[in-house]
Ligand binder design. Sequence first.
Ligand SMILES: NC(=O)C1=CN([C@@H]2O[C@H](COP(=O)(O)OP(=O)(O)OC[C@H]3O[C@@H](n4cnc5c(N)ncnc54)[C@H](O)[C@@H]3O)[C@@H](O)[C@H]2O)[C@@H](O)CC1
Ligand SMILES: [K+]
Length: 494
Amino acid sequence: MERIVTGDQMQLLDKYTIEEMGVPSLVLMERAGLSVFEAIKKEGFSLNKILILCGSGNNGADGVVLARLLHLAGYCTDVCILGKPEKFTKEMQKQIDIGKNYGISFVKSFHISEYTVIVDAVFGVGLSREITGNLKEIILELHKFQGKIVAVDIPSGICSRTGKILGCAVKADLTVTFAYGKTGLFLYPGAEYAGKVVIADIGIYAKPEILPKPEIFTYTKGDLKEIRRKRDGNKGSFGKILLIAGSKDIFGAAYLSGMAAMKTGAGMLKICTHKENKVLFSCFPEAMLLCYEDDENITKELSEGFQWADVIGIGPGIGLGKQAESLLDTVLSQGTKPLVIDADAIGMLKGRTEQLKNYPNEVILTPHLGEFSRLTDISIKKWKENPIKITQEIAKTLSVVLVCKDARTVISNGDKNIYLNLSGNDGMASAGSGDVLTGMILSLLAQGKDGLKAACLGVYLHGAAGDLAAKRKGRAAMLAGDLIDAAGQILDEV
Ligand SMILES: NC(=O)C1=CN([C@@H]2O[C@H](COP(=O)(O)OP(=O)(O)OC[C@H]3O[C@@H](n4cnc5c(N)ncnc54)[C@H](O)[C@@H]3O)[C@@H](O)[C@H]2O)[C@@H](O)CC1
Ligand SMILES: [K+]
């Protein structure tokens, strides 16, 4: 598990480290400059001639430290200060004085074609408004640069909280960010502008009690160890899933979702679907079936299913018709086990939010942004302006674990910890991918994880499987079904 912070949180951590822990600001800055110096050398960029563009704040001061280190190591380096002298922080002034003592080259103007690497130390997490005027022109000119661009802490122009472009932004090949990843480096479009992100330890450590909430975290492959199988387990101990999925014209969703659940370790699966889908399950004999005919009332059979199951899933491919509504009502009124609601079932939740809040166990909702927007009347644009806060607020209002699915999925149970997912790729944006995720989350719930854990681990695993499938098949050619086998292999490796 790794922590991610907003720019505001980072500034508090800087302040705490300097004022409470007593580490001088210049010491942190020296480590910051040194970490960029090492990252640039490690990347193997051609370092024939380097230009460092500096603002007047402490991001600029990091840039001047870097210039000194490069100069002393024998690299041909120019510094151009774009910020106004009257705005220099005291650290910036100090770094300029030190740099002059060491004879580094300060230039007033430049031609980008003379350089092989340009370093952006104009704005860091202190960027507070849109970039305009001359500075904007310079940043836009950098888009034509043929060499490599390295951003110090965050590309100038990217909002460190939301990843939004504030007027214009530097497009970096490499971003060396300090202490913790910033949300703006991972949310789009910021993620695209950041290039490769390296997180450098400069001696700042978060004390959770001084961080304003919500706290944001992400998973990496090592966290999947939490879903290691018990060697002495039996099919009962890996959990029983009742999955209500598919309808008369749609059969693939039930198949993909069920297969994903079984192939990520669930013990037993019963699929409740329309009778016409029966034939499909001849090639999936591991699943038990509960079939209904047109307009058939299966409330009694479903109630028995609720007793049998450890967890319940409803939604993939069930359609939006009367029968689907009645299935959802039966689940909401009679179900007692942890519940995952996805796809079409989310589409029918509007007007049923009271039932949702009164459900006697954990509920996980997995909307994509279109479904989220229809359910809450919050536009996708508005969500993207503040994904962390909005996800948290809606999760709290609905009393659910909310999984807002996007290129960067955000998960919250309304409490102070928010999960931001970094695995996955655009190859997963194809039919059936969401059905597979539902199956994986159900499987982890069935294996005993609580709602938030099952959702976060499931989303991480789903993305990691997407990354492996992309490697094997290519992002355009990979299919939702490819995620299932890839996930199995990943789980076996941890
Ligand atoms: N001692 C510290 O506090 C440390 C700071 N560090 C660096 O310092 C950065 C933060 O420094 P600062 O807080 O000084 O902020 P920045 O250096 O990011 O920028 C602040 C300056 O930019 C101006 N500004 C903001 N938006 C503008 C806009 N749109 N157009 C024109 N001017 C604008 C502000 O008025 C201010 O002068 C971090 O990103 C990091 O790179 C690191 O060296 C670690 C230690
Ligand atoms: K920067």
